[in-house]
Design a binder for this molecule. Structure first.
Ligand SMILES: [Cu+2]
Length: 109
């Protein structure tokens, strides 16, 4: 009987694991212009599992839609930090930041 219950529980859990759910992450991402937008979106879209990524220049906000079975907000955040952009309170890579064109250096204001 006990085994039977365990078996049934397993059957119930499998579909939950298999159905990939789409999630939306909204992140505060610093940036200034259209080139920043391209860089930020490219970085986010480069993450496996990310379907769409759109950065709003006015709101300084990135909206990313992703498969939660493949990736998560932390991975997307790291990808953006790596190309030199700050996400929320996290500092983007200084090395990558220094490589940004002068007009994109959003920290010097
Ligand atoms: Cu820029």
């Amino acid at each position: 009987m006990f085994h039977r219950i365990r078996f049934l529980t397993c059957l119930l859990l499998i579909p939950v694991a298999l159905i990939a759910a789409e999630q939306t992450a909204t992140l505060k991402v610093a940036g200034k212009c259209g080139s920043c937008k391209k860089r930020i979106e490219k970085a986010a879209q480069g993450v496996q599992g990310v379907k769409t990524a759109t950065w709003d220049k006015k709101k300084k906000e990135l909206t990313a839609v992703y498969e939660d079975s493949e990736t998560n907000a932390t991975t997307i955040t790291s990808a953006i930090l790596r190309v030199g952009y700050d996400v929320d309170t996290l500092k983007g890579s200084q090395e990558a930041y220094d490589e940004l064109p002068g007009c994109c250096q959003y920290r010097d204001e």
